[in-house]
Design a protein. Structure first.
Length: 109
């Protein structure tokens, strides 16, 4: 079992960044979560989780180019690190182990 644990929201955000591969910035992450999970998250709450994941070493970020559409403001793009990928894999394996341990009788099959 991995000693690195993700909270539910951390896991969802990390997975969403992985899904967006190269295009993961604030609003794109919010939109993807809403579309896939029907789950709303404020941009402020998302930024807190992104910074926390970055501080833990699961994500890295870099600024994109400034655009006129954004009034010269640059987007901050997030990428899952190798450590983050391994933690996601470990988390998935833990979850599958638990699911596989449920006797069929528990769900009435």
């Amino acid at each position: 079992m991995s000693k690195h644990r993700l909270g539910e929201l951390e896991e969802i955000v990390l997975l969403t960044v992985a899904i967006l591969h190269g295009e993961a910035y604030g609003i794109a992450i919010v939109n993807e979560m809403e579309e896939r999970l029907s789950r709303r998250i404020s941009i402020g709450a998302l930024q807190i989780v992104l910074r926390r994941l970055e501080k833990k070493g699961y994500l890295i970020s870099e600024f994109g180019e400034a655009t006129k559409v954004r009034g010269g403001k640059r987007k901050r793009y997030f990428t899952v690190t190798n450590f983050g990928k391994q933690t996601l894999k470990d988390t998935k394996d833990q979850r599958l182990s638990l699911w596989n341990a449920i006797p069929n009788i528990s769900f009435g099959n």
